[in-house]
Design a protein around this ligand. Structure first.
Ligand code: ZN
Ligand code: ZN
Length: 399
């Protein structure tokens, strides 16, 4: 772990708090909850816990947010499009503080169509959507999308074949997966770097069975069967391969999250383990054993030293990413067995400021846990099967 990152983060927090003390400080968080079966998203005002609106999608969606917190993106795989909902929370940078503008959430007209979109990646204000049915990445500027024009400038990178791929915007460059048809997997064999003219630069960077990528600070990591690709650099990306440590048991990472405020990565590793990764350390991998199989996990952008893991026994665990130990656990739901299809309705986690929201689809509830005490604070009822969840919000001055 880089302790300097944590110190820098604390200093920033202190500066922001001091700056805001002179103005009216407003904190606003909203939850956006997608239903497991119905094509809808429910927007909830956290605090009053009132439903602000319900948005119709064309198919059930998987939700994403970006560091801007200004929109929620719904990947509607079965409807062959990606759509966006304005969160209605905007923090305007005033240098030493931010001003918060809170308005009603609303649908943004522009959508990005294409065959079978799955993976969504935001990097430095650009969004890359990968359409598995075509093997095509479509890149848009988040600012353009937020401007709400119904025509959106789309940059297309056509890879060699349809596959379960991903693309990562890297300034003018793009990193996109490449597939070798083999009759066994739809996962990529590696990535190519594309230049500003969408031409391939250099050779394939091998990454067998690639699945999962994340960014933490100035490092992006991509998970492979053999280890991680580590991407750094401004301008043309520099890509190196970090093999899994000999000390790790048989396994690999296929879902990656990136720390915010602290530079680290958190990945799955087998059904009942996760792994903390610091590419800067000689001993880069720290395995964390879980009591039962893992359902979902999330990093905490506001309390940087914590991440959360929900396990099939109905428990939410608080992981201290510095010590690599599970510090606290609470039971939130009935057991949600990981036996059966991966796509069955099971809990998902979102962190909203000082609160952790966990969906409980079979009970029609969102459980709200206080991040400081790590105790259940209250439940919010959501009609249907509340499943995918994201949070958007922040604090700012109104003056
Ligand atoms: Zn201001
Ligand atoms: Zn995937």
């Amino acid at each position: 772990m880089r302790y300097s990152s944590l110190l820098a983060c604390t200093a920033l927090t202190l500066i922001a708090t001091t700056g805001l003390a002179q103005a009216d400080d407003v904190t606003a968080w909203r939850l956006f909850v997608a239903d497991h079966a119905e094509a809808k998203v429910t927007a909830i005002d956290l605090g009053t816990d009132a439903t602000l609106d319900t948005f119709a999608l064309e198919s059930p969606g998987v939700l994403y947010t970006t560091p801007s917190n200004q929109a929620v993106y719904a990947v509607e795989g079965a409807a062959n499009r990606v759509s966006a909902i304005r969160t209605g929370i905007e923090i305007e940078d005033h240098g030493d503080h931010g001003d918060i503008h809170v308005t009603a959430p609303e649908t943004i007209a522009a959508t990005v169509p294409g065959e079978k979109p799955v993976h969504f990646v935001e990097h430095h204000g650009q969004i890359a959507l990968f359409y598995d049915g075509e093997g095509v990445a479509r890149l848009v500027s988040e600012k353009d999308w937020l401007d709400g024009n119904d025509t959106l400038a789309i940059r297309e990178i056509a890879t060699n074949a349809p596959h379960h791929g991903v693309a990562i915007p890297w300034g003018d460059h793009v990193i996109a997966t490449d597939f070798a048809p083999n009759g066994e997997t739809t996962r990529p064999q590696g990535v190519f770097v594309y230049d500003a003219d969408n031409a391939k630069l250099g050779d394939l960077h091998e990454c067998p069975l690639l699945h999962g990528e994340a960014t933490s600070g100035n490092i992006t990591a991509i998970a492979c069967a053999t280890g991680l690709l580590i991407v750094t650099g401004s301008g043309e990306p520099a890509i190196t391969h970090l093999p899994y440590a000999e000390s790790l048991p048989e396994g690999s990472v296929s879902t990656l999250l990136g720390g915010v405020g602290l530079q680290y990565f958190l990945g799955n590793y087998g059904a009942d383990k996760i792994v903390l990764i610091d590419p800067a350390e000689a001993d880069a991998f720290r395995l964390v054993e879980l009591p039962t199989r893992r359902v979902h996990f999330a990093i905490d952008p506001q309390q940087p030293k914590f991440a959360y893991i929900f396990t099939e026994d109905g428990k939410l665990h608080q992981l201290n990413v510095l010590s690599g130990k599970i510090a606290k656990s609470i039971t939130l739901t009935e057991p949600y067995s990981m036996d059966g299809e991966w796509s069955l309705p099971r809990p998902r986690i979102a962190v909203a400021g000082g609160e952790i929201a966990v969906t409980d689809p079979l009970k029609g509830l969102v459980h709200i846990v206080d991040a400081a005490s790590f105790e259940l604070d209250r439940d919010i009822e959501v009609a249907g099967l509340p499943y995918n969840i994201v949070a958007a919000g922040g604090s700012g001055a109104t003056h």
